[in-house]
Design a protein around this ligand. Structure first.
Ligand code: MD3
Ligand code: FE
Length: 217
């Protein structure tokens, strides 16, 4: 997207794009640390394996998930929430890797949200056919904090709507290394990911990973 940038700071680099007020794409921002992020995902998943969780309505999600940090997002028949421990192992979620923390803080600051310190990271794993239907992220304690999202591996089409479910939706392609910061008026906007198309990525094979770094607890 070209044209007006809504970044509060005004001075923004050419790799920043505003999707709407408060939603900023940093193209390729994670590329310098992509291999370190993927290694850290493997370490987290060794202790807290990816699993397909069950929605309150009883459906198995097509996206496999795990978490790291002081809190992890879970869903089961009882509902959506953050837990300090992995319900599958009973152990605390693995610690947030330093490379996650550093990238999230730097990206948030570049997007106009200085001092962001995430305490939870949901790691989503998409295989071809997986999708995430339109939703809001509403399970965090304080919506004043932004969410930082990092895409790795196969590209995906991201859907981005408005505050109301019926608001019009736009689409944006997110590729390996792209970072998006969602804050301010965009924080409660609806969003989702279209069905992942088959492909092969040199860094991840037939897989897309997405990190969402949050201040949740
Ligand atoms: C817009 N994940 O885990 S990240 C999620 O690619 C989630 O796996 C998607 O939505 C994925 O909840 C999209 C982009 C994202 C994350 C949080 C947002 C967009 C957002 C919060 C508010 C508005
Ligand atoms: Fe979300």
């Amino acid at each position: 997207m070209t044209g007006d940038l809504f970044c509060a700071s005004g001075a923004v680099g050419s790799y920043l794009e505003a999707l709407s007020e408060g939603a900023v794409v940093l193209r390729g921002r994670a590329l310098p640390v992509a291999d370190a992020l993927l290694a850290a995902i493997r370490t987290v998943a060794d202790a807290a394996p990816f699993r397909r969780m069950i929605t309150p309505g009883g459906f198995e999600m097509s996206v496999a998930m795990t978490n790291c940090g002081g809190g992890g997002w879970v869903t089961d028949r009882k509902g959506y929430r953050y837990t300090p421990t992995d319900p599958q192992t009973g152990a605390p979620w693995p610690a947030m890797p330093g490379v996650f923390l550093d990238l999230a803080e730097a990206a948030a600051a570049e997007a106009g949200f200085p001092g962001f310190v995430p305490d939870a990271c949901l790691i989503n794993r998409y295989e071809p056919g997986a999708r995430l239907s339109l939703h809001q992220d509403k399970d965090e304690r304080d919506y004043a904090h932004p969410i930082v999202s990092v895409s790795l591996g196969l590209p995906a089409t991201f859907q981005f709507g408005g505050r109301k479910r019926a608001d019009s939706v736009s689409k944006v392609a997110l590729s390996h290394g792209d970072v998006v910061v969602w804050g301010g008026p965009a924080r409660l906007h609806h969003h989702g990911v279209l069905t992942l198309r088959d492909g092969e990525h040199p860094a991840t094979g037939r897989t897309r990973f997405n990190l969402t770094l949050r201040r949740a607890m």
